[in-house]
Design a protein around this ligand. Structure first.
Ligand code: LLP
Length: 425
């Protein structure tokens, strides 16, 4: 399997695939997110190969990176899409996705969003409460369509890379407890416009290992067997869908390995393969597909000394990349020119321009002595980077650029001051 990182030094200059990042900067300036199409392709192939035995339907979790060009590339590979809002549905359809390959998850789907999704005839709804079943049933009734539904369960397992990324425990706001699922299935006749056909879980993100997923799968398999869901689907001549969600980890730190996707998949396959004749499978990777395809490219504005160490103020902060402040997330930082072996290295922190003390992108890194005008790449920011950016402090959001082999193109222009006020009076 080809494993070529998106960002590597060539002749001392940091490239994205075969394009010098300095060349892109001289054309469009900073700040911008930069993505590699080849790395996306590799990640998708690697992920599909790892799970191939189960032949799952892959639904890319759009929230990780919603750019139309990224969605389009994935669509071309036959990937489906996991969405959580009407806005994500709109984007996904705009990228040319087939509605049948879309699954709508989310704890708070609003009436208008459900109407849009039913009207668009998407493939699946993952519903999270009996209350939602009632609303979806009435929306589907109005359009005269029967919609396919999976129940999102809260299996009461705890896993995830940060407390904010844990979603499968008993007190989580997500999903329904198995008892609520059983009540819903007992009341199936009350919901004639819902085809109750599957179970969905998503227990957390950046999962350390497959143990919690395996525990959750056990809860779900038991649920399918004992809740009446298996029976219900059989009467329709079908088998239930088991959607195991996303959460597959990526290595953010140099030299700190995470469970490989192949090992993750092997554990899940060994648990589910014996059931393969009686279940269909689905899976929703987000971060795994897009995190390492992207870097945030920033330029140093100011350099100062704080507490005896170097602080670089760059032209994007928590407005451009929220993860370090929100999750204490670590992202590697690379200078655009590779450090020489005899070059002086400094203890350096990278901070943004935002008026918040939390606006620190990287703390206490060893970096060459950078100065105003030099640029840096913040790695592994292709997932949950741009999608969590904001206009805080009235900062326009960064541009997005896609590299394909030797060429690059702007796939979202940088916002302007006019964009900031365009919708206001
Ligand atoms: N499926 C569902 C229902 C989800 O809620 C999510 C992510 C995924 C799939 C994809 O998870 P992934 O494979 O990307 O771990 N903003 C956070 C991550 C929040 C994830 C929310 N749900 C971050 O920056 O780490």
């Amino acid at each position: 399997m080809i494993d070529t990182p998106a960002f590597q030094y060539h002749s001392g200059e940091l490239n994205c695939e075969n394009v010098s990042i300095m060349d892109i900067i001289s054309t469009i300036g900073t700040p911008f997110y930069l993505y590699s199409a080849a790395r996306l392709e590799q990640n998708y192939q690697r992920f599909s190969a790892a799970f191939a035995t189960l032949q799952p339907r892959i639904f890319y979790s759009v929230k990780a990176n919603t750019n139309l060009s990224i969605l389009h590339l994935l669509k071309e590979k036959g990937c489906g899409f996991d969405i959580v809002s009407g806005g994500e549905l709109f984007r996904t359809l705009n990228a040319g996705a087939s509605p049948a390959g879309i699954v709508f998850a989310g704890v708070g789907k609003m009436q208008a969003e459900l109407e849009f999704a039913v009207k668009s005839r998407i493939g699946w709804f993952n519903i999270e409460s009996i209350c939602e079943a009632e609303r979806l049933n009435s929306v589907a009734e109005q359009s005269g369509d029967v919609v396919k539904v999976a129940l999102r369960l809260r299996p009461d397992v705890k896993a995830g890379g940060h407390p904010y990324l844990v979603t499968g425990h008993a007190s989580s706001k997500f999903g329904m407890c198995p008892d609520e699922g059983i009540s819903l299935i007992k009341r199936a006749a009350d919901f004639p416009y819902l085809e109750l056909g599957g179970v969905h879980i998503h227990i957390g993100s950046q999962l350390a290992d497959p143990a919690a997923t395996l525990a959750a799968i056990d809860v779900v398999l038991d649920f399918i067997a004992t809740s009446g869901l298996g029976q219900l689907t059989k009467t329709r001549g079908k088998v239930p869908l088991l959607n195991i969600g996303g959460g597959f980890p990526v290595p953010y730190h140099d030299g700190v390995a995470v469970t490989s996707i192949e090992d993750f998949a092997a554990s899940i396959i060994s648990r589910l393969q014996p059931m393969a004749a009686n279940l269909n499978f689905a899976i929703e990777p987000g971060r795994f597909l897009t995190a390492d395809i992207g870097a945030l490219i920033l330029s140093v504005q100011y350099k100062k000394e704080v507490d005896g160490h170097c602080v670089l103020v760059v032209d994007g902060g928590i407005n451009a990349l929220l993860r370090p402040a929100l999750y204490d997330a670590y992202h590697r930082v690379l200078p655009l020119t590779s450090p020489k072996s005899n070059e002086e290295q400094l203890l350096t922190s990278i901070v943004g321009p935002i008026c918040e003390s939390s606006d620190v992108l990287a703390r206490n890194r060893i970096l060459p002595c950078l100065k105003p005008g030099d640029c840096i790449a913040i790695l592994d920011t292709g997932a949950y980077g741009f999608t969590m950016a904001s206009n805080y402090n009235s900062q326009p959001r960064p541009a997005e650029v896609l590299v394909e082999g030797k060429t690059f193109r702007l796939i979202r222009r940088r916002e302007t001051y006019n964009d900031l006020v365009a919708d206001e009076s």
